[in-house]
Design a protein around this ligand. Structure first.
Ligand code: ADP
Ligand code: MG
Length: 578
């Protein structure tokens, strides 16, 4: 209960009084139930003594107690019925808020499947326990204590009959707590892994289909699912074992009390009537204990879910100092920057010193894995470098607010994400203040005219309706329109590869040329034309800058770039970056 409240943070405030009410109602309900149990004893005695009048009064009292109890139960369930949805929604919004703030590197690490599991399943599982926490406490603690009190009143020696069974039940419950805790974590991790694999598989489906590998490459997903099934079976086995233990123990306790009662009756130390009453009460005790035992599994699952939620909530957002700087110039400078991705000991970038003059065009070239994409990520503060820094207009980007930084930068990457909104809205999001005419102009400049003419509702066509009909080049042009509309002073471009057909390549190139005019541009260059025209070419290999210069000077230097250039022009290849 305390953990849940902690997890809810400030949102706990409005729910706290509701919760207290739930707990109070549960205890009242249990007390009424216990009172009914206590009344049951003299009622049975009265019946056996054929004292009908007394039995009638007690029956009326019993009925009244049970009616009151059912009201208390309604109050107890009130939280689940009235506030459950609110609590879960609050929790989800809080996690969503957090996802918005955490560094992009962390977001990428918690791949989409994992985040989905946390947001959906884990929140439900964690919050589910709020509705059962009170009642299981009562079943496991209050009812047994009431029963023991009743035994003491009738004959304290009866308690000895219950000892062995109670010990077994207690042992089973304790064992269950430790075993289920760990197995629930294994199951949770397996669930998250499967979710990741499903997302991965579905996203990769078109590629697999095209490669004719639809059957073969699902291995990882099948493995994940097999693993998930195994974890679940193991956890069910463990639960079954300890649940059986708890139930057997509870029944043994009842049998023990009955046995002791019987021997006391035989020794004429207890009236048969009292013994009969004890049997009736004991029979009513075993069931709630056995049921409560199964509830502890809910708590273990909740605990594991809370840990995963907590893990996301604990991620530190990138720091921003109280004194926020603003960005005034638009040159970009890397100063002795070294960066390793989380969990990797090989730096993706080592001791990078580089200056991009304002308004210049810099091309990054080099082999796959050289660090080109990571360089562009550093400018966007995807994560903070371990040493060194990135300056824009002389200002350390760690000193500016994210919003201020993002205002300076427009990106066009290869994997263009279009939202399920109209084409117009997809572009307008880059600058919500822009008029419709400005959006249309940006689309025109990005060479989207023919594309829009082809769509059933023009710019008002939803991407969802036509998603699959957009080619890579067309998506890229929509992304360029976005960047044009944003009109940011720094432009980061991952050029389309030569996979584009010639016609759309020309159209994309034209659009890019309009986009980069008068901007500080970084382009991960695949096309020779871009590289040749660049003010500065940077060769990146294994995280190091190995060469810097313009096309002519690098050819004269006769190094790595010259070799790449020769190899590719000879082979008529058109890519300098992989
Ligand atoms: P390029 O764009 O030149 O192909 P990248 O910048 O993508 O190179 O990668 C540089 C290095 O960083 C590579 O060794 C790559 O494996 C590693 N890397 C890239 N992205 C990640 C990531 N998200 N997590 C861990 N390592 C990464
Ligand atoms: Mg790359």
């Amino acid at each position: 209960m305390r953990r849940i409240i902690e997890l809810m943070g400030t949102a706990a405030g409005p729910f706290r009084p509701q919760w207290s009410r739930t707990v109070r109602m549960t205890i009242v309900g249990a007390l009424l139930n216990g009172a009914a149990l206590i009344v049951l004893l003299p009622f049975v005695v009265a019946l056996l003594n054929q004292d009908n009048q007394r039995a009638g009064v007690l029956l009326a009292v019993l009925a009244a107690l049970l009616v009151l109890e059912s009201f208390a139960r309604r109050g107890e369930l009130g939280f689940a019925y009235d506030y459950f949805g609110d609590v879960m929604q609050d929790m989800r919004l809080r996690i969503g808020e957090q996802l918005r703030k955490i560094p992009a590197e962390e977001l990428a690490r918690h791949r989409s499947g994992g985040v989905t599991t946390v947001l959906n399943q884990d929140v439900t599982t964690a919050m589910m326990s709020t509705s059962t926490v009170a009642s299981s406490f009562v079943r496991l603690v209050v009812i047994p204590i009431g029963f023991i009190a009743a035994l003491v009143v009738i004959d304290w020696r009866l308690i000895f009959g219950a000892l062995i069974g109670a010990a077994i039940t207690a042992f089973a419950l304790v064992k269950q707590n430790s075993v289920i805790g760990s197995s629930q974590r294994v199951v949770g991790a397996a669930d998250a892994e499967t979710a990741n694999r499903i997302v991965e598989y579905v996203q990769g489906l078109p590629v697999l289909k095209a490669a004719g590998q639809i059957g073969e490459r699902s291995e990882r997903l099948v493995d994940a699912m097999a693993n998930q099934g195994k974890a679940l079976r193991a956890s069910i086995d463990e639960v079954t074992f300890s649940l059986t233990g708890a139930a057997v123990g509870a029944n043994l306790a009842v049998a023990g009390v009955v046995a002791v009662g019987a021997s006391l009756v035989l020794g004429a130390q207890l009236t048969p009537v009292s013994a009969a009453a004890v049997v009736v009460a004991a029979a009513g005790l075993a069931e709630p204990i056995a049921r409560a035992a199964s509830l502890t599994a809910v708590f273990e699952a909740a605990e594991a879910a809370m840990e995963r939620i907590d893990e996301v909530l604990q991620i530190k957002p990138l720091s921003v100092p109280d004194q926020q700087a603003s960005i005034t110039g638009h040159d970009v400078e890397f100063e002795n920057l070294t960066f390793s991705y989380r969990g990797s000991d090989v730096p993706a970038l080592s001791e990078i010193d580089l200056k991009l003059r304002a308004g210049s065009l810099t091309a990054f070239v080099g082999p796959s894995g050289g660090g080109k994409t990571t360089m562009t990520r550093m400018i966007m503060r995807f994560a903070d470098p371990q040493t060194g820094r990135v300056l824009i207009g002389g200002t350390d980007i760690r000193d500016v607010e994210e919003r201020e930084l993002m205002r300076q930068i427009a990106v066009v990457f290869q994997d263009v994400h279009l939202f399920d909104a109209t084409i117009l809205e997809n572009v307008a999001m880059a600058n919500p203040a822009a008029s419709e005419q400005e959006v249309l102009d940006a689309l025109e400049l990005a060479n989207c005219g023919d594309l829009i003419a082809r769509l059933p509702n023009g710019v008002h066509t939803r991407v969802g309706e036509i998603g699959n009909q957009l080619s890579g080049g067309e998506r890229q042009r929509v992304a360029i329109a976005r960047a044009l509309l944003k009109d940011a002073p720094i432009v980061l471009l991952d050029e389309p590869t030569s996979a584009l057909d010639t016609e759309s390549e020309v159209m994309v190139q034209e659009a890019i040329d309009r986009l980069v005019k008068d901007k500080t541009v970084v382009v991960i260059a695949h096309r020779l034309s871009t590289v040749v025209a660049a003010d500065q070419i940077v060769v990146l290999e294994e995280g190091h800058i190995t060469e810097v210069g313009d096309h002519e000077s690098l050819l004269v230097a006769g190094g790595r770039y010259a070799a790449m250039w020769q190899a590719q022009t000879r082979a008529r290849g058109w890519t300098l970056a992989k």
